[in-house]
Design a protein around this ligand. Structure first.
Ligand SMILES: NC(=O)c1ccc[n+]([C@@H]2O[C@H](COP(=O)([O-])OP(=O)(O)OC[C@H]3O[C@@H](n4cnc5c(N)ncnc54)[C@H](O)[C@@H]3O)[C@@H](O)[C@H]2O)c1
Ligand SMILES: [Zn+2]
Ligand SMILES: [Zn+2]
Length: 375
């Protein structure tokens, strides 16, 4: 069927609303009518050329939730009318990574930016007969998507879908960066560097896991205020400011975990984070940068002798099928806040304003909300 979508036709160009052709589900696939799509920084990386795709155009968006409208042959456990969250990482359940409990590292993730459907290697979205890549095999900047069941997590129907959408990327990633990969324990000091749609959930996760001090760092005052509202005990405008305060605060011990969730990570951020990390502690690298960037200067003496770790993290280190239902339970009991994360909602047509607002530091999370006018 023909649907509108925000597509990227050229690196550095704005998102353009255009008509695409969306294929029906083949074996193992579903079609979903989306309620909302979060505006994650990773789509800005796509637009800037920092994340590689084999060709353009791309239909952006990888943080969505909605209602199943069509079910292809061989789909198990999901029916038309079901509510689902689309996870930006597929989890097939049977590859060696999935089978060993590392569903966030599912082998199907290798095709994440290729646009080639898991089911058959072809393209489910086309424009004028030519293939269009679906960002993270999803492409949620369109009111309808056709996706593989590996990317779909069924949820209960009591949670508002426009909030559940955030679990497809930002919330799960940030929360897991503190609780799973970060392994926050009661009494820890945790630093979160960058309070956006991902970092704010690292703040929430660290608080939930029992951190004594949750230190949020962001140059934007509004972000620091939000961090303090949602669980941070301290907020600073720069790593330098934090470096001046943290020794006093922690009796010289510094932070057991420093989580980097800045929008565009650079090599120098690693040493800044290591400088705030305690002996035996770790830096969790969740933020992304340019895929060509190979440059990190860090103090090897400090790394070795203070036994510090630098740890990458995707989807917060935990599989979507485990994490998403668990986080929805915490939302129900008020222990995870979702409503407070959405600063501004947009129509798909205003998506470039949404990304401008992200760049200007105005949004904790911006969200595109779809309505009857879009379907
Ligand atoms: N690893 C994963 O699985 C995964 C998943 C989702 C997003 N990401 C990445 O996480 C990062 C954050 O995404 P987001 O959507 O939250 O972005 P965002 O733009 O909403 O938030 C980034 C925040 O970092 C702050 N910031 C920038 N430079 C800083 C600095 N030097 N010190 C402190 N704060 C600084 C900004 O003011 C902003 O508040 C992006 O790089 C994104 O691509 C990774
Ligand atoms: Zn994302
Ligand atoms: Zn797998």
């Amino acid at each position: 069927m023909k649907v509108k979508a925000a597509i990227l036709e050229e690196i550095g160009a704005p998102w353009r609303i255009s008509e695409i052709e969306l294929g029906d589900p083949v074996a193992g696939e579903l079609q979903v009518r989306l309620a909302a799509s979060g505006l994650c920084h990773s789509d800005a990386h796509l637009a800037s050329g920092a994340s590689p795709v084999p060709f353009l155009p791309v239909v952006g968006g990888h943080e969505g939730a909605g209602v199943v409208t069509k079910v292809g042959p061989g789909v198990r456990g999901i029916a038309e009318g079901d509510h689902v969250v689309l996870a930006f990482i597929p989890a097939c359940g049977t590859c060696p990574a999935c089978a060993s409990g590392l569903q966030n590292l599912c082998d199907e993730g290798a095709g994440l930016l290729t646009g080639q459907a898991i089911a058959d290697g072809s393209y489910r979205v086309t424009k004028e007969g030519k293939p269009v890549i679906q960002m993270c095999l999803l492409g949620t900047f369109s009111p309808y998507v056709t996706v593989h069941q590996a990317s779909v997590v069924k949820i209960e129907q009591d949670v508002p879908l426009d909030k559940a959408a955030l679990l497809g990327c930002g919330v799960s990633t940030g929360w897991g960066s503190a609780t799973e990969i970060g392994g926050t324990r009661p009494g820890d000091t945790v630093v979160v560097m960058g309070v956006g749609g991902v970092g704010i959930n690292a703040v929430q996760g660290a608080k939930f896991a029992g951190a004594r001090f949750v230190v949020a760092i962001d140059p934007v005052e509004f972000k620091r205020k939000k961090a303090l509202e949602l669980g941070a005990t301290h907020a600073y405008s720069s790593m330098e400011e934090a470096a001046a305060e943290l020794p006093d605060l922690t009796w010289g011990r510094l932070a057991r975990t420093v989580i980097i969730t800045v929008g565009e990570i650079k090599g120098e951020h690693i040493q800044q984070a290591l400088g705030l990390t305690a002996k035996g502690g770790q830096v969790v690298v969740t933020g992304m940068g340019d895929f060509r960037d190979m440059n990190v200067d860090l103090n090897l003496f400090e790394l070795t002798l203070l036994q510090k770790r630098v740890q990458g993290a995707v989807f917060g280190g935990v599989g979507p099928r485990t994490q998403i239902p668990k986080l929805l339970d915490l939302y129900r009991t008020g222990q995870l806040r979702l409503d407070e994360l959405v600063t501004t909602t947009y129509r798909l047509e205003d998506i470039n304003q949404g990304y401008q607002d992200m760049a200007d530091g105005r949004n904790l999370r911006g969200v595109v909300v779809y309505s009857d006018a879009d379907y």
